[in-house]
Design a protein around this ligand. Sequence first.
Ligand code: ADP
Ligand code: MG
Length: 292
Amino acid sequence: SVMPATLAAISNGARNGLLFKGGIHLERLSRTGAVAFDKTGTLTKGRPAVTDVILRHGVNEAEFLRTAAAIESQSNHPLAKAIVQYALDKGVEKKFRWLSVQEQSGKGVKAEWQRESWRIGSSGYIGSKACSAFQQSVAEELGREGKTLVFAEDSKGIAGLFAFKDTVREDTADTIETLKKIGVYTVMLTGDNQQTAEAVASEARMDEVIANCLPEDKVEAVKKLRKKHGYVAMIGDGINDAPALAAADIGVAMGEGTDVALETADVVLMKNELANISRAIELSRKMTRIIK
Ligand code: ADP
Ligand code: MG
């Protein structure tokens, strides 16, 4: 039977936008020693906007954007949405032709049609070898500005690269500070590149940052944290976070997250308020004190 104190805490949580899928998660949360955060869509608003497009010499911008948007219109990734929006803003027609697209979680997308084949994604996925010296130096400069980079490759190499800027959530820094104060270790796990990851991590004052993470790397990181810090909570929003949400002692999803993340998670932050994670830990500690 569920303890009255647990029910009271669950309904208290619900009133504040915290959905617990069971009392056991509250109990576990009270013993959390570390919280691992995804970056895009979790620590940041997940509404990146394209700031720069650098094309290979001879590539037509309108044609490039039309193809990139047609491919990315089939992905739900925040970067994909930003590319589509940018193309529409540049006057690309809204009715995209249909292309068969494969999503590579944590890496990018792949599309093939007739004799053409494109990949759009991270430098780790596309490989920097495909870059010209010019593209590489521009990419490095944009990375230093803390921008996320995405490369679009056609059969001839990198046709163009996109740079994006996202904003850190208003309550991110406060949440991290509160967690540290109550003795919880904080880590960022991101599929983004090292420079961008460090820029965001230092703004949020995280204890640790691990960049270039594939979904399985996030799982490994959670397992390692557990050895050192005891119970680990993982908080994320994407398909790429789902394996780590499942591996963590407490999986937490942002309310605006993808279906897979919401289904996998034990706790959902319904209002997308990151500060609710530190509140949840405090609430769970209070509850277990009452039960004892
Ligand atoms: P995060 O861990 O920060 O949420 P992801 O794991 O979702 O990031 O993505 C990691 C990287 O993979 C992105 O920075 C991007 O370079 C690339 N990527 C993933 N999905 C896409 C996509 N649909 N289009 C372009 N690039 C993508
Ligand atoms: Mg994310």
